[in-house]
Design a protein around this ligand. Sequence first.
Ligand SMILES: *[C@@H]1O[C@H](CO)[C@@H](O)[C@H](O)[C@H]1NC(C)=O
Ligand SMILES: *[C@@H]1O[C@H](CO)[C@@H](O)[C@H](O)[C@H]1NC(C)=O
Ligand SMILES: *[C@@H]1O[C@H](CO)[C@@H](O)[C@H](O)[C@H]1NC(C)=O
Ligand SMILES: *[C@@H]1O[C@H](CO)[C@@H](O)[C@H](O)[C@H]1NC(C)=O
Length: 212
Amino acid sequence: MKMIQIILFFLALISYTSNAIDSDDFCVADLSFPDTPSGYPCKSENNVTADDFVFSGLNIAANTSTNSFKVAFTTVKVDKIPGLNGLGISVARIDLGFNGSVPMHTHPGVGEFIIVIQGQMTAGFITPKKVFMKTLNPGDVWVFPTGLLHFILNTGPGNAVAYSAYASSNFNTHLTDFLLFGNNLSTSTVQKTTFVDPAQIMKLKVNFGGSG
Ligand SMILES: *[C@@H]1O[C@H](CO)[C@@H](O)[C@H](O)[C@H]1NC(C)=O
Ligand SMILES: *[C@@H]1O[C@H](CO)[C@@H](O)[C@H](O)[C@H]1NC(C)=O
Ligand SMILES: *[C@@H]1O[C@H](CO)[C@@H](O)[C@H](O)[C@H]1NC(C)=O
Ligand SMILES: *[C@@H]1O[C@H](CO)[C@@H](O)[C@H](O)[C@H]1NC(C)=O
């Protein structure tokens, strides 16, 4: 009888400790597995360290001379901070060279805001009824509603910098220029669906790496 009580006591203790180890406080991504629609599987809390919650370097300006839009993104998603897994948030730094722009794009299903840190930007988004745009200066925060097409222009006299935040830990970006002109969708299909002149389509395909 006494032996059974001792065994039950230890079983209860083991169950209590394993619950304490598999805490629900967080689910840090195990990046050795593929991402899924509900995020990465959690790594064992024994293997989680403070480094899983940190990224350094968003103070560093990225090179904006590598593309004709003169834009550079330093994006910090769950692949950079495994602790973002399941939190539905992430962050980026946007550097815009003089006269640069973030071309028209959407993040399907994901809202975003930007905080301007340096220079002057004009940010906007488009609905079927209206264009919403605003000139922004350091300290200004601007919101891009979930899923809408949006853009940013550097309208200041020098470089511009913003930090952006996203309502997803692993969002996608669909750039309209590349969707239309950066793949092998045939020129005649692009023409039929946009009424853009075929010569102009072929010129844009060269610009954005498309063919056909
Ligand atoms: C977690 O750590 C243990 C040892 O501490 C190790 O055997 C195991 O492979 C690690 N798991 C992962 C997913 O890294
Ligand atoms: C920025 O990128 C351009 C084009 O690739 C390159 O020529 C230039 O050296 C780079 N600048 C720096 C500071 O890395
Ligand atoms: C700004 O960029 C646009 C589009 O690339 C270009 O047509 C224009 O000449 C540029 N303006 C200046 C001042 O560089
Ligand atoms: C486009 O490229 C894909 C492979 O990336 C190929 O399977 C497809 O047949 C191509 N379509 C056309 C219209 O060339």
